[in-house]
Design a binder for this molecule. Structure first.
Ligand code: DAT
Ligand code: MG
Length: 151
């Protein structure tokens, strides 16, 4: 049970469809801590760096076009086991295979329009936070409900 940070991003479809509050709400209600938040028009170079592991895939150009097609909502969330837990809250990559109750399972139908991104490991979480946020944009703060969320 280690405290981690993860990079969560609402993709352009989530913003266009008015799902920003819904997505943020799920992470808030779970009990994770919001440490960074901004609306951002992603340049092509950043999108390519973020998804560099997928560069050889045939869908890569479409993925980059989609992610840069409009503003995204960039977030840093902190919590015990938040990286894996966020992936569970988000659900499977293909929304039709994502379980009901997950963000993708409840709110999306296509892999190419799956509303939200979440880091897949603590290491990638740190890599992605450094990629998307500048020094000073991530806030350290202590919620007063802390003792009711963590023993
Ligand atoms: P995830 O976003 O669940 O971590 P991933 O890292 O494998 O999934 O892929 C990143 C994004 O790329 C994914 O959210 C949507 C897109 N993608 C992945 N596989 C795809 C495919 N087979 N066809 C089209 N887009 C795909
Ligand atoms: Mg991924």
């Amino acid at each position: 049970e280690t405290v981690e940070e993860t990079y969560i991003m609402i993709k352009p479809d989530g913003l266009q469809r008015g799902l920003v509050g819904e997505v943020i709400s799920r992470f808030e209600k779970k009990g994770f801590l919001l440490k960074g938040l901004k609306l951002f028009q992603c340049p092509k170079e950043l999108a390519e760096e973020h998804y560099k592991d997928l560069k050889s895939k045939n869908f890569f150009p479409k993925l980059i076009d989609y992610i840069t097609s409009g503003p995204v909502v960039c977030m840093v969330w902190e919590g015990v086991g938040v990286v894996a837990s966020a992936r569970k809250l988000i659900g499977s990559t293909n929304p039709l295979q994502a379980e009901p109750g997950t963000i993708r399972g409840d709110l999306a139908v296509q892999t190419g329009r799956n509303v939200v991104h979440g880091s897949d490991s603590p290491e990638n979480g740190q890599r992605e936070i450094a990629l998307w946020f500048k020094e000073g944009e991530v806030c350290q703060w202590t919620p007063t409900v802390g003792p009711w969320l963590r023993e």
